[in-house]
Design a protein around this ligand. Structure first.
Ligand code: ATP
Ligand code: MG
Length: 362
């Protein structure tokens, strides 16, 4: 097993800075997710770790060993690539055995290790088949089995579920989680699917433009996004951002949002540093807005535009002043389009953000 460390890693392609001073430490046995929009540098970071790209600056460590200048084969890494390819002319057995055969392992050992990987990925009954005779999910599992059979200390997976339909993704997600609990290899898993990231990661590193903007445990990231980008990227629907202005009277700040005044929670110490007239964004998740039928303290008036019954909850689109917000309510909430409602804010759940930078104030 092994920990991983990126130290100020930089990778440039022409004018594009694909990895911009990335520093990240992944603990032995940890499941780290790299999450971010297309082109933010996720694959590049994996390839720098695997030795498939030379870094332009910084250093990479696996355990205590610096691997920055080592050839890929000397890094003891197994990788499932974004556009995974299983060999169509080889059986499942030979696909999984491929890397071991390249290493000239004894036949008995190959048989034993392929059988073990096939068991873990539930492929034992398919070893004699060819990829064309498998479902998409089974082919995907062959690609993962081929990587884990190498028993590398570090397992890299680049969007391994991207080719699957929604239901299969859901199944494979749970299977990968179980697999990790069993083999405990230090894993870096790349995805741009935030649900997958929340579900799988011990921690999630959110990337934007080649940088890591926040690295935290899933619920910490969800509840305390470091900025508007993270709050908006994580969660379906994403966090709402309501613009307001700070008003301070008697040293007590409130956010004025339309005609409502929202007071910070007592626990929000940075409130004391807010300045009169300062533009502010209130970040609040759809499930943390509560409907009330009459105005109360910390409520704001809204007009219901759309009601979507989604089974486990109802999703409302509402107009708050000039803004559109999403509100998640229980399925039995009686509400209809054009209703006037009040939204109650739990001050504990509001994230105050600087309107100009989008950074969470903390
Ligand atoms: N070989 C290359 N030559 C030139 N530019 C590259 C190369 N590889 C990546 N890039 C650029 O570097 C940036 C990061 O690319 P990367 O593949 O790491 O993104 P990603 O986060 O994996 O995106 P996706 O989710 O679409 O796979 C992009 O702007 C991409 O166009
Ligand atoms: Mg990629």
């Amino acid at each position: 097993m092994a920990s991983i460390r990126f130290e100020s890693v930089r990778k440039v392609f022409g004018k594009v800075v694909a990895a911009d001073d990335v520093t990240l430490e992944i603990k032995d046995g940890e499941f780290m997710v790299l999450l971010g929009p297309s082109g933010c540098g996720k694959t590049t970071l994996l390839r720098c770790l695997a030795g498939l790209e030379r870094v332009d600056g910084g250093r990479v460590f696996i355990g205590e060993r610096e691997v920055t200048d080592l050839a890929p084969r000397d890094r003891k890494i197994a990788m499932v690539f974004q556009s995974y390819a299983v060999f169509p002319h080889l059986t499942v057995f030979d696909n999984i055995a491929f890397g071991l055969k390249m290493q000239d392992r004894p036949r008995d050992e190959i048989k034993r290790r392929v059988a073990e990987s096939a068991r873990l990925l539930e492929l034992a009954d398919f070893l004699e088949r060819y990829p064309a005779q498998l479902s998409g999910g089974q082919r995907q599992r062959v690609a993962v089995a081929r990587a884990i059979v190498m028993q590398a200390a570090v397992l890299l997976m680049d969007e391994p579920l991207s080719n699957l339909d929604a239901l299969l993704r859901l199944q494979m997600r749970a299977e990968l989680k179980r697999l990790h609990q069993e083999i405990k290899a230090t894993t870096i898993y790349v995805t741009h699917d935030q649900v997958e990231a929340l579900s799988l990661g011990d921690r999630i590193a959110v990337m934007q433009n080649g940088r890591i903007v926040q690295c935290d445990a899933p619920m910490q990231l969800y509840d305390f996004p470091a900025n508007k980008f993270v709050g908006g990227f994580i969660g379906t629907p994403p966090m709402n951002f309501l613009p307001g202005v700070v008003r301070v009277s008697d040293a007590k700040p409130v956010a004025v949002v339309g005609e409502a005044q929202i007071a910070p929670s007592a626990a929000f110490a940075p409130a004391l540093a807010l300045k009169n007239g300062q533009p502010i964004l209130l970040g609040i998740r759809p499930e943390n807005l509560v409907l009330t039928s009459s105005p109360q303290p910390n409520t704001i008036r809204a007009r219901v535009l759309v009601v979507e019954p989604l089974g486990s909850h109802k999703l409302l689109t509402v107009q708050v002043g000039a803004e559109i917000a999403k509100v998640s309510v229980t399925p039995d909430e009686r509400v209809a389009p054009n209703d006037d409602v009040w939204l109650r804010f739990d001050p504990e759940k509001i994230r105050w953000m600087d309107a100009s930078t989008g950074e969470t104030i903390r």
